[in-house]
Design a protein around this ligand. Structure first.
Ligand SMILES: Nc1ncnc2c1ncn2[C@@H]1O[C@H](COP(=O)(O)OP(=O)(O)OP(=O)(O)O)[C@@H](O)[C@H]1O
Length: 240
């Protein structure tokens, strides 16, 4: 299907998801601008990860529509959504502990029969030098932060139009959080993709995000440009 001209990288409209008969997402609308970093925020259990899993095709939806750069991807399976341009780094990162860093890095490409692009691989080594340095170590030997970098590198190799990160800073030491933040800034500056960041670390969102939406009980409670994220909104919807 040809892409239509659109001002959006991603649009989610009217997303409803139920799990075990309970309504978890109750009609979510989100719009992500091209070449932007969008932060999806909210307290524990409000539906952030469920939104990402519905978007990537891992959870079935009751209703709603996903458009990636004007192309309707709602009816595609997970693998075809990845092919269409969704690069997903799940919470917990899903690194295979007994495979080497190199095997982990290329597993997605190999499984899909996609070619390796040497320029892209070099770019990932530049973004995250630790991947190159530890290429022949087992994935399970890396620290949590290093695994996060590897998982982001793996997603980038698929050249996504939208890179989706679920809590990349969770349980990670500050210096690696800084490196991941720098990588996100560099990716945005390159202008090839937008980034959808689910994150509870407020300062990280404020520093990197162009726009935000806050979920509360499966619905969007507040949204706008990051500059408009006021202390009142933070107190009402984010402070625990
Ligand atoms: N597979 C599942 N089975 C049962 N309940 C689920 C499942 N996935 C999500 N839920 C429920 O849906 C709600 C939203 O969960 P979700 O993981 O999307 O929240 P979240 O905002 O990402 O929070 P967290 O920051 O804790 O990950 C929660 O009440 C959760 O218990």
């Amino acid at each position: 299907m040809p892409a239509t001209l659109t001002e959006e990288n991603l649009s989610i409209s009217g997303l409803r998801v139920s799990i075990g008969g309970s309504a978890i997402l109750r009609g979510i609308d989100l719009s992500i601008r091209p070449q932007s970093v969008f932060c999806l925020m909210g307290r524990n259990g409000v539906g952030k990860s469920t939104t990402l899993k519905a978007l990537t095709g891992l959870y079935p939806i009751d209703s709603g529509k996903f458009e990636l750069q004007g192309v309707d991807i709602t009816r595609l399976g997970s693998a075809d959504r990845a092919r269409a341009g969704l690069g997903y780094v799940p919470q917990g990162r899903d690194i295979f502990p007994l495979l080497t860093v190199e095997e982990n890095l290329f597993i997605g490409l190999n499984a899909r029969g996609w070619k390796k692009d040497p320029a892209e691989i070099d770019r990932i080594f530049t973004l995250f030098p630790i991947i190159k340095e530890f290429l022949h170590r087992k994935g399970g030997m890396l620290s949590g932060g290093q695994q996060q970098q590897l998982a982001i590198g793996r997603a980038l190799l698929t050249k996504p139009k939208l890179l989706i990160l679920d809590e990349p800073t969770e349980g990670i030491q500050p210096n690696i959080i800084d490196q991941i933040g720098d990588a996100i800034k560099m990716l945005r500056a390159e202008g090839k993709m937008s980034i959808l960041l689910v994150e509870q670390y407020l300062d990280f969102c404020k520093e990197l995000g162009d726009d935000f939406a806050i979920l509360e009980r499966g619905a969007v409670a507040a949204s706008g440009e990051m500059a408009a994220l006021s202390d009142d909104i933070v107190r009402e919807f984010l402070t625990v």
